[in-house]
Design a protein around this ligand. Structure first.
Ligand code: 5GP
Ligand code: ZN
Length: 113
């Protein structure tokens, strides 16, 4: 499968990995949009949120818990941070393996562009 994030999971493409367990991988975004910008991805290939199954609920919950834990470790939990999942091209999705952006370290404005 020609998936960039599966290649990062399989160590075929380098990334600055900050956390890995049996369900998720976390690494620095190559083009950070904030002082802290991590990508939390499932080891399981799922192209978009539209393909999520009910059985993936535990996995999505684990991604969220991972973001929460990481925000605490990065000292952005109190000041505030954002987790974002873009679905399909119209929302800005460019890599079709679902991922949660964790953004923080600056004031984040609303609404996003
Ligand atoms: P999307 O636009 O799909 O929501 O987010 C994809 C993210 O992946 C972007 O923020 C982009 O900077 C990041 N990205 C794209 N290619 C690479 C890569 O090769 N390595 C890393 N670490 N991040 C990447
Ligand atoms: Zn993939």
């Amino acid at each position: 499968m020609n998936c960039l994030f599966c290649k990062i999971i399989n160590n075929e493409i380098p990334a600055k990995i900050v956390y890995r367990d049996d369900k998720v991988l976390v690494f620095d975004d190559i083009n950070p949009q904030a002082p802290q910008h991590k990508l939390i991805i499932p080891l399981k290939h799922i192209a978009t949120i539209n393909e999520l199954l009910v059985e993936d609920n535990v996995l999505i919950g684990h991604m969220t818990q991972t973001a929460k834990k990481l925000a605490q470790e990065l000292n952005i939990a109190n000041e505030g941070y954002r987790i974002v999942m873009n679905c399909n091209a119209g929302a800005g999705q460019t890599v079709f393996h679902i991922h949660m952006h964790l953004l923080g370290g600056r004031t984040l404005h609303w609404p996003p562009g």
